[in-house]
Design a protein around this ligand. Structure first.
Ligand code: KG4
Length: 338
């Protein structure tokens, strides 16, 4: 009998439902709220939860219609139960719990960041020991995996996430949300002419992106005071180069330290073209290390990646009771505790 995982993702501003039949993705429907949050320059949590409520039924129907199945056919319901915005998480969770209760299906709690890592399985099977460079609007983490569902965080940001820094820098120079996309596009036309600091530039796996963001803000103020124009393309290029070079300079020594066989990118910032190009070129002479980059459709939040993890958790009978709550600050290493 086929294993059919129906997965729900609603941790931030995307309402997404996917259906994975054995290894085949037979539906992945996502409704994004970006256009609405753009007006506010960032995600408004209360609006996000209300829109999830409006959209989730429609997304569910479309996913079932696309997959041509009924809820009775499903083996289990996987759902992102953290981390993320509490109100947003609750909508997906209530939907999942309702289906699980009404159709007597097991409920699988999935950690959002594990989903971003497993998104790479849509390209290639994960190979261990693996280094995942997890970079999103809320996280900057280096994760080592020795086997499936075994996550060890070897380093993380001590303040802002790298995506948050992209978004804030973009806002300062008047670029639209999500800032990473705008900066990436403009950086291609610029030169790295502005000198920016490299906070926490040591041999640890810890990061600090708040200082870099502040340096950009200060630079803009100084130029304004001197009546000098900010060359936005050059600023975008300088910031992006500093942020990504720092990320990789500090992450890649882990390849030798942990005898890594595969390096994967994960999270929204993994869409960054300079990061994608740099990771490949920096590891090009390492024939012993495979680099996997998630497809662009899988860098933003989606339920397909949640279904992938859900499928592994299903094999290990990792199910949650219907009393499961959303955990907005769930640590990846605690993913078995819910
Ligand atoms: O993973 P994600 O969709 O949401 C979180 O869970 O945080 O990541 C969103 C983040 C935003 O900060 C956005 O600016 C950033 O990913 N991002 C990018 C690019 N595309 C999205 N950052 C740099 N370059 C990009 N091309």
């Amino acid at each position: 009998m086929s294993k059919i995982i129906l997965a729900i993702e609603s941790s931030c501003d995307e309402t997404s439902i996917a259906i994975l039949k054995d290894d085949e993705l037979i539906a992945n429907v996502t409704s994004t709220q970006i256009a609405i949050h753009q007006k506010y320059g960032g995600v408004m949590p209360e609006i996000a939860s209300r829109l999830h409520v409006e959209n989730i039924g429609i997304v569910l129907k479309e996913a079932l219609d696309t997959a041509k199945i009924n809820l009775e056919d499903v083996s289990a319901i996987a759902v992102t139960s953290g981390p993320g915005l509490i109100g947003s998480l609750h909508v997906g969770l209530q939907c999942a719990k309702t289906i699980a209760l009404a159709y007597h299906k097991p409920l699988i709690p999935v950690h959002h960041l594990s989903g971003h890592i497993y998104a790479n399985e849509f390209v290639k099977p994960l190979k261990f020991p693996l280094l995942a460079i997890v970079v999103s609007g809320g996280n900057t983490e280096l994760v080592v995996m020795k086997k499936h569902l075994d996550f060890k965080i070897i380093g993380e940001t001590t303040d802002d996430a790298i995506g948050e820094a992209f978004d804030k820098v973009a806002r300062v120079v008047g670029l639209p949300y999500p800032g990473g996309v705008s900066i990436d596009r403009l950086a291609k036309q610029g030169k790295p002419r502005y000198h920016l600091p490299r906070p926490l530039d040591d041999h640890s796996y810890q990061y600090s992106y708040s200082g870099l963001k502040t340096a950009v803000i200060n630079l803009c103020h100084q130029l304004k005071q001197k009546n000098e124009p900010v060359i936005v393309e050059d600023l975008a290029c300088s910031f992006q180069k500093t942020a990504i070079d720092l990320l990789l300079d500090k992450a890649l020594p882990a390849v030798d330290e942990f005898n890594i066989k595969q390096v994967v990118l994960a999270g929204g910032v993994s869409a960054n073209s300079y990061l994608r190009e740099q990771i490949v070129s920096r590891l090009s002479d390492r024939k012993d290390v495979e680099v996997v980059i998630p497809p662009l459709w899988c860098t933003t939040d989606n339920a397909a990646m949640i279904a992938k993890v859900g499928s592994y958790l299903y094999e290990q009978n990792i199910f949650a009771p219907l009393t499961l709550s959303a955990n907005p600050s769930w640590k990846l290493e605690d993913f078995r505790r819910f």
